[in-house]
Design a protein around this ligand. Structure first.
Ligand SMILES: Cc1ncc(C[n+]2csc(CCOP(=O)(O)OP(=O)(O)O)c2C)c(N)n1
Length: 293
C-alpha cells in the first residue's frame, strides 16, 4: 500500500473544510482550480504511460473533485478509517482521473503518478484496493462497482452507521444488466445513504451510447426503479454540490451528470476516438496549454 503524503493531506483537510464551510457558490473557484490541476496531471500521466482512457478521465474529473473536496468524509492518512464515506469509481478504466484526484488529496505522493501503468507500479490501468489507498474496491470490469457499493450501503443500514456511499458509473456501463439488479435492490431496501452519479457523456467505446443501446428516457428509468433523480450539468461544481446532498426522501439518489467526453481539450471534446487514443507530443502541449487557461 502506498504511503500518504502528510503535507498534501493536511492541505486537503484545510481546503475541503473551507469549501464545506463556505457558501457553495463561493467554493466554486477553488473547485475549478483543483479540477484544472487534476486534468493536467491526467494528460501528463497518459503521455508518460502512452496508455489510458483520456476522454472518460476528463469527463469525470469535476464529479470526482466535487465528491472528494466538497462531499465525502475521508482522511487520506487513515484511508480505512471505519467511519469514512465509501466512494467507488465503477467506471474503473478511468483510473488515471481517480489516481490524480487521490494524489492531490494526499492519499499518496503526486510523484507516484509518474509511474502510471509502468511495470511493478501500484497504479495499474484499473484501480486495486490492495495497492492504492483511497480505492474502496477493485473495478474495471464494468457493472461490478455499483453492486458492491449497494452492498456497502446495505451494510451501513444494518449496522445503523451514518456514513454514506457514492458510486460513479459510466453511461455506457449502464448497459451491463448487473446495474439494474443493484438499482432494484437499493430501492427495495430503502438505501437512502446511497448516491449514484452517472457520467452521462453520451459516448462509450467506439460509439454513441444511444446508437449502441438506447438509454433514454434515462431519468424515468431510474424513477421507475424507485430512485430519486437529480439531473445536472456535470461540469458545474455548484450544481454538483447541490445534487450530491443527502437524500431526504428515504430513497436512494441517482444524479444524472451531463458531461462532455474529453472536457477541457477542444480537439478531444465529444469525439469517440478519444476514448483511449493517446495524444501526440504536439497534442499534449496544446492540451496542457488549454487546461492551464
Ligand atoms: C465487462 C466489461 N466489458 C467491456 C469492457 C471494455 N470497456 C472499457 S471502457 C468501455 C466503454 C465504457 O463506456 P462508458 O461507461 O460510457 O465510459 P466513458 O465513456 O465514461 O469512458 C468498455 C466497453 C470492460 N471494461 N468491462
Amino acid at each position: 500500500m502506498l504511503p500518504a503524503d502528510p503535507t498534501r493531506s493536511a492541505a486537503y483537510r484545510e481546503i475541503s473544510q473551507r469549501i464545506r464551510e463556505s457558501r457553495p457558490e463561493d467554493a466554486v473557484p477553488e473547485l475549478e482550480r483543483i479540477s484544472a490541476e487534476v486534468r493536467q496531471s491526467i494528460v501528463r500521466m497518459i503521455d508518460r504511460a502512452q496508455l489510458g482512457h483520456i476522454g472518460g478521465d476528463l469527463s469525470v474529473t469535476d464529479i470526482l473533485v466535487a465528491c472528494f473536496y466538497g462531499v465525502l468524509a475521508l482522511d487520506p492518512e487513515r484511508p480505512r478509517w471505519e467511519g469514512r464515506d465509501r466512494f467507488v469509481l465503477s467506471k474503473g478504466h478511468c483510473a488515471a482521473a481517480l489516481y490524480s484526484t487521490l494524489a492531490h488529496c494526499g492519499f499518496f505522493h503526486t510523484g507516484e503518478l509518474d509511474t502510471f501503468m509502468a511495470p511493478l507500479s501500484a497504479l495499474n490501468g484499473h484501480p486495486n484496493k490492495i495497492k492504492v489507498p483511497g480505492v474502496e474496491t477493485n473495478t474495471g470490469a464494468l457493472g461490478h462497482g455499483f453492486p458492491v457499493a449497494t452492498g456497502c450501503a446495505l451494510g451501513a443500514k444494518l449496522d445503523g452507521a451514518t456514513w454514506r456511499t457514492v458510486v460513479v458509473l459510466g453511461d455506457g456501463e449502464l448497459q451491463e444488466g448487473s446495474n439494474w439488479e443493484a438499482a432494484m435492490t437499493a430501492s427495495h431496501y430503502g438505501l437512502s445513504s446511497l448516491t449514484v452519479v452517472i457520467d452521462r457523456n453520451r459516448l462509450q467505446q467506439g460509439a454513441r451510447t444511444e446508437e449502441t443501446k438506447t438509454l433514454e428516457p434515462l431519468g424515468d428509468k431510474w424513477r421507475s426503479f424507485g430512485w430519486e433523480v437529480r439531473e445536472v450539468d456535470g461540469h458545474d461544481h455548484l450544481a454538483l454540490l447541490k445534487a450530491l446532498e443527502r437524500s431526504t426522501t428515504g430513497r436512494p439518489v441517482a444524479v444524472i451528470a451531463n458531461t462532455i467526453k474529453g472536457k477541457g481539450v477542444s480537439f478531444m471534446e465529444d469525439r469517440v476516438e478519444w476514448h483511449h487514443k493517446v495524444p501526440s507530443s504536439e497534442q499534449v502541449v496544446a492540451a496542457l496549454a488549454e487546461l492551464a487557461r
